[in-house]
Design a protein around this ligand. Structure first.
Ligand SMILES: C[S@@+](CC[C@H](N)C(=O)[O-])C[C@H]1O[C@@H](n2cnc3c(N)ncnc32)[C@H](O)[C@@H]1O
Length: 413
């Protein structure tokens, strides 16, 4: 029989679960908030901790609000009032840094709240299963059919509604939607179902575009199918060309704030800037005018192509893009660099990349994290090499979810 426990919640963990205790055991309870007493269903038992899911809230915290979408697995913090989400995120970052770098002073600022806690996402990855179209259920491969998603920008909600009217069953496996926040339109990439006929896919794409005036094009994987195969958006005063698979921050308003924070953190500018894990150049291109030269290193070739085309279209001539793994490329670059930006994917920086950056001895380093649990691991060698933290700035790019973005500025001693 399923085990039900009753406990008080007094903390919140990296990953988003409420935290309580049952005797000697720590219990991570999804859907629970600090200050609550809950009944919870045990999902996993480990020697020192349990994982459980709230089944009944016996005493609700003042921060609890009614969820907007059901079941809403992709918005696991929608039961938390938005100001509290922002507070919890800064607290999680501070706790994670203290845990991994004990004794290091952490100059943490309050998290920068998003101007729009809903209706901000400029991209979505939807899965199709027969006539169902939506996100995967939490921790499973089953597709939860999704009539609408208020987390998305209006152009993407229109694209989703347009596709749902059409006979897509058996033709598509996945759909990646990307919107231009600045210009208010969208494009889509279809990953076909096995054996789907290309002509039928082209007909579906054309019908989808006819039903959705804001949809400018549909690609089949990376190949053009009907209409546009990229979108254009602005960031930091630069017009970017974006293929449908290149990385671009999902929250445009907060990406603008990130560029501002990074620009201010690196002042005084001048000399050479290294932008490692640069993507299309979201920092490299807006900051180019402040440096003699910027070297942008990115492993994903389509993002490098987008970056080069964007640089040319904006008449930016002092940014050099290098396609390759940062951990192999950066150590071989000629120095010196006065400043470096490190913005790795969720798995954090490769240790060889950190060593290579240290060898270039930049005066200032901006490290951008989307995984607070790895900040301590990545910063430890920098701290040992004499860099100290001068700013820790969480910024909320992902309202309604426990994901946390943090900009960390380090200065060479
Ligand atoms: C979090 S994104 C940041 C992109 C960019 N700074 C931005 O804000 O748009 C991480 C980027 O690192 C790239 N990447 C992943 N592994 C890499 C590696 N080993 N070397 C270089 N780039 C890598 C990804 O393709 C992605 O574009």
């Amino acid at each position: 029989m399923d085990e039900v426990i009753e406990l008080d919640i007094d903390g919140i963990a990296q990953g988003g679960d409420g935290v309580g205790r049952l005797g000697e055991l720590v219990v991570f309870v999804s859907g629970a908030l600090p200050g609550e007493r809950v009944r919870a269903l045990v999902r996993e038992r480990h020697p020192r901790f349990l994982r459980a899911t709230v089944s009944e809230v016996l005493h609700a915290a003042p921060d609890r609000v009614a969820p907007l979408i059901s079941p809403g697995d992709h918005v696991p913090w929608q039961h938390i009032a938005y100001p509290a989400q922002v507070r919890y995120k800064a607290a999680i970052v501070a706790e994670q840094i203290n845990k991994f770098l004990p004794g290091v002073a952490v100059p943490i600022q309050p998290a920068i709240a998003a101007p729009q806690p809903w209706g901000y996402r400029n991209s979505a990855r939807l899965h199709a299963d027969g006539a169902a179209l939506g996100y995967h259920a939490a921790g499973a491969k089953t597709v939860v059919d999704l009539a609408d998603d208020p987390l998305l920008l209006p152009a993407l909600r229109a694209a989703l509604a347009g596709l749902r009217q059409l006979p897509f069953a058996g033709l598509i496996n996945e759909v990646h939607l990307r919107a231009s926040a600045t210009y208010g339109y969208a494009a889509a990439r279809i990953d076909p179902a096995p054996g789907a006929d290309r002509t039928a896919l082209a007909r579906l794409a054309a019908a989808w575009m006819a039903a959705t005036p804001v949809l400018a094009g549909v690609t089949l994987g990376d190949e053009p199918l009907v209409g546009a195969d990229a979108i254009y958006d602005e960031l930091g005063g630069v017009v970017f060309r974006l293929s449908l698979s290149s990385f671009f921050q999902v929250n445009h308003a907060q990406a603008e704030r990130m560029v501002e924070v990074v620009r201010a953190a690196l002042a005084p500018h001048g000399g050479r800037l290294l932008d490692a894990y640069s993507g299309v150049g979201s920092f490299a291109l807006p900051l180019a005018a402040a440096y003699d030269e910027v070297v942008a290193v990115e492993a994903y070739q389509p993002a490098v192509e987008d970056g080069r085309q964007s640089a040319a279209a904006n008449q930016i001539t002092n940014v050099q893009y290098i396609a390759g793994a940062a951990e192999r490329v950066v150590g071989r670059l000629p120095g010196p660099f006065q400043a470096a930006i490190l913005d790795p994917p969720r798995r954090g920086c490769h240790p060889a990349l950190i060593e290579a950056v240290i060898s270039h001895a930049p005066e200032r380093i901006v490290y951008i994290s989307c995984h607070p649990g790895l900040i301590g691991r990545d910063l430890a060698p920098l701290a040992t090499a004499g860099y100290h933290l001068i700013l820790v700035q969480p910024i909320d790019l992902f309202p309604q979810t426990p994901h946390i973005e943090t900009i960390i500025v380090l200065q060479r001693a």
